[in-house]
Design a protein around this ligand. Structure first.
Ligand SMILES: Cc1cc2nc3c(=O)[nH]c(=O)nc-3n(C[C@H](O)[C@H](O)[C@H](O)COP(=O)(O)O)c2cc1C
Length: 451
């Protein structure tokens, strides 16, 4: 079978996905590629980044470019991390430990899935002193199972935090999975200890073992008040909430500090609720309606990242970490550890090139002023401005070089079509949980912004 050019000649993440598509089994391809329903969220995740334009500054010394930063206080060499993703061994026998090896050589952080195909002990076994991991949790109805896992995780010093996934209380409908015989409720990452029981023996189960016996065990009844209190009893590690999709929830998460230290804006790679917003839109909402979140929580983002320019745009808008899900799995499937390394190398190099062309030498200096209010995608543009009479558009265009207008109006346009309705609809539920009437205030603010 033609697997394409050698690893070092792969030029971009799409090429790597093409190689992986030819290399991995149909079952693995179906599982990794699939997303919910019509894959609208999956596709928009990437489109949304592409529709945002950059604003390069010139006459700036760009000899050096430093990607190092820290995530929850853990030093990392790049702001790009690997998202939790179930069943890496389905694509390559090196599995999650192979991804860990690649992350090690790039100083990148990795979040281990609750449904990984290897035990957390195996995955972190060769971790260096300065290597950082998170562990992702799907809470089980039988809480003792999750408690046992948390106790195990607390013994692994390479694991620095718990990422609690909230966007998949039930599995989305993923037809590529179904077509390839992966589901009959048999194969979803939304599981407890995973499709591979994390047995004390640490034995790696065969990679074709894809049964998910435990999805039925996942607890769909989690709430802000109950679940976080329970978690506080079973771990002292910092908590990151994964799957935040609205500014209201970001705000509530902030109210749960200091236990909650971060949020990951994510729609699960489009695998949960189709037509849920791309995470970058949620990032924009937060900038507009509760920017204080950035001061109180670390905001990370994932979904649709394929280019260094995507990474840079997320960082400009306030994200501190930028996650790749499928890209790491495709890298692994296409070329094992070397494939993941090449994926990280390409993204890092592209990120650096983008920053230097923007006139920025360090990730901390990326700011909203480096992205433009103008969008390139007609789809996005129409969706955003469909209800305006044209005067708003004219006003926005005039303000294009005005830093104050730039992000405000990008966000305003998003809000007109999303949160103004959803916020009113949910405000009564939100307030008792920590919103404290802010939804109401925000709604009236929003009204006054209508053209
Ligand atoms: C095959 C696959 C398995 C996944 N498994 C998990 C998981 O076990 N836990 C979780 O929180 N997210 C899981 N995710 C979601 C990722 O963490 C991440 O949010 C998403 O992949 C980011 O989008 P991207 O694939 O476009 O980069 C999975 C995603 C994929 C593609």
């Amino acid at each position: 079978m033609d697997k394409g050019p050698p690893v070092e000649n792969w030029l971009n993440l799409d090429e790597i996905e093409d190689v992986a598509t030819k290399t991995v089994s149909r079952k693995a391809w179906g599982y990794y590629y699939s997303a919910s329903d019509d894959k609208i969220s999956k596709n928009r995740n990437t489109e949304a980044f592409r529709s945002i334009q950059l604003r390069p500054k010139v006459f700036i010394d760009c000899t050096k470019c430093d990607l190092s930063t820290n995530l929850l206080g853990n030093p990392v060499s790049i702001p790009i991390y690997v998202c939790p993703a179930a069943m890496a061994r389905l694509g390559h026998p090196a599995g999650e430990a192979g991804i860990a090896e690649a992350c090690r050589s790039f100083g990148a952080l990795q979040i281990i899935s609750n449904s990984a195909s290897m035990t957390p002990e195996q995955i972190v076994a060769d971790a260096t002193e300065d290597q950082s991991f998170g562990w992702q949790l799907y809470v089980q109805s039988d809480r003792t199972k999750s408690e046992k896992m948390l106790a195990r995780i607390s013994k692994l010093k390479a694991i620095k935090f718990i990422a609690l996934t909230l966007d998949s209380p039930v599995s989305g409908k993923r037809e590529d999975d179904q077509r390839h015989g992966n589901v009959n409720n048999t194969m979803t990452e939304s599981s407890s200890e995973g499709p591979f029981e994390h047995s004390e023996s640490n034995a790696i189960k065969p990679e074709n073992q894809t049964e998910d016996q435990v999805f039925a065990g996942m607890d769909p009844s989690l709430t802000w008040t109950e679940a976080l209190a329970w978690l506080a009893k079973h771990t002292t590690l910092p908590i990151v909430l994964k799957g935040i999709q609205t500014h209201e929830d970001a705000y509530i998460a902030m109210k749960h500090g200091p236990q909650v230290k971060g949020i990951i804006l994510s729609n699960h790679g489009g695998r949960s609720l189709d037509t849920a917003p791309p995470a970058v839109h949620t990032l924009l909402e937060i900038r507009k309606y509760c920017p204080e979140v950035f001061e109180n929580l670390e905001v990370w983002i994932d979904g649709g990242i394929k280019r260094g320019t995507d990474v840079v745009k997320a960082l400009c808008l306030g994200a501190r970490g930028v996650g790749i899900g499928r890209a790491a799995l495709w890298g692994l499937g296409a070329g094992g550890v070397d494939g993941v390394k090449r994926t990280l190398e390409i993204l890092s190099e592209e990120t650096k090139t983008c920053m230097r062309l923007l006139g920025v030498g360090h990730v901390k200096d990326l700011e909203p002023q480096h992205v433009s209010q103008h969008t390139t995608s007609p789809h996005t543009w129409q969706a955003r401005y469909a209800d305006t009479d044209g005067s708003t558009l004219a006003r926005l265009t005039q303000g294009s070089l005005n830093k104050k207008y730039t992000m405000d109006h990008l966000v305003l346009s998003v809000m007109k079509h999303t949160a103004s309705q959803s916020c009113e609809g949910v405000k009564q539920e939100l307030c008792p949980d920590g919103c404290q009437g802010r939804c109401k205030r925000r709604t009236s603010e929003r009204d006054s912004e209508k053209p």
